[in-house]
Design a protein around this ligand. Structure first.
Ligand code: NAD
Length: 253
């Protein structure tokens, strides 16, 4: 790839939250970015932010847990932006419940979006990375991978993302492809706002309570995670692979 050619990145779940901030950051660093989310229309705001800053972006509607939709979406990105060599598996959902109340559907939905989604997207993109002799895969894990009450499904999926990441690193390293995971702590997004609502707390009170448990004494912002993803996506970060970086305002026990 010549140095003048723009690298193509796909960020899943990029209509809002951490994915949107990551898409904007990768675009600012010179990538052409496919802003992928369930609803193509919902991607418009992220695309507008990127193009408003002089960047290149494409809105792509796709359910990452659906194999056919993933193949179609990656083919469309390749045709309209170019072959994707950076992939950020960020799309996610919560279906929190204590084990005895958790439905089969709560379990399957979380596994399908996080794990099956990351698998399908990575499989669809890897051939382009192998062809380019270069690739960066960044997967979103979570501090919940260490165990979190009410999240047996999500904790299992986010711990699974770590094993998935390390295995990609081992399989794909010789093709110039790295795979790493970012494991956020509490980040203020619609996801955590929904959790506050579910437990009957105002979001500001919920954030303030969480901040008392965080060494840097604040909750995280989407840009805090975008910054870590950008490090792993950087061309210069070619000797760091199979790592999990907790971005949580302090160490976790
Ligand atoms: N917010 C946090 O505190 C936090 C902490 C740790 C990890 N994470 C992880 O970071 C990622 C982003 O979280 P967020 O807080 O920005 O969440 P969010 O709910 O604000 O955004 C998630 C996005 O993923 C999209 N999405 C969901 N299912 C999809 C599917 N099947 N196909 C395509 N897109 C889909 C949603 O439409 C949404 O736009 C998730 O993987 C989440 O688990 C978040």
């Amino acid at each position: 790839m010549s140095s003048t050619e723009q690298r193509v990145a796909i960020v899943t779940g990029a209509a809002r939250g951490i994915g949107a901030a990551t898409a904007v950051r990768l675009a600012a660093e010179g990538h052409a970015v496919a802003v992928l989310d369930l609803d193509e229309v919902a991607c418009a705001a992220t695309v507008a932010t990127i193009t408003g800053q002089g960047g290149t972006a494409l809105a792509v509607g796709c359910d990452v847990s659906d194999s056919g939709q993933v193949e179609t979406a990656v083919a469309r990105v390749t045709e309209q932006l170019g072959a994707p060599v950076v992939l950020v598996n960020n799309a996610g959902v919560l279906r929190d419940n204590l084990l005895f109340k958790m439905s089969d559907d709560d379990w399957d939905t979380v596994m399908n979006v996080h794990l099956r989604g990351a698998f399908l997207m990575s499989r669809a993109c890897q051939k382009h990375m192998v062809d380019a002799g270069f690739g960066r895969i960044v997967n979103l894990s979570s501090s919940s991978a260490l165990g979190n009450r009410g999240q047996v499904n999500y904790a299992a999926a986010k711990a699974g993302m770590q094993g998935f990441t390390k295995t990609l690193a081992k399989e794909l390293g010789k093709f110039g492809i790295t795979a790493n995971a970012v494991a956020p702590g509490f980040i203020a997004t619609d996801m955590t706002a929904a959790t506050a609502e579910r437990v009957g707390m105002g979001f500001e009170d919920f954030k303030a309570a969480a901040a008392t448990q965080i060494p840097v004494a604040r909750t995280g912002e989407p840009d805090d995670i975008a910054n870590a993803v950008a490090f792993f996506a950087d061309e210069k970060t070619g000797f760091v692979s199979g790592q999990v970086l907790y971005v949580a305002g302090g160490p976790l026990n």
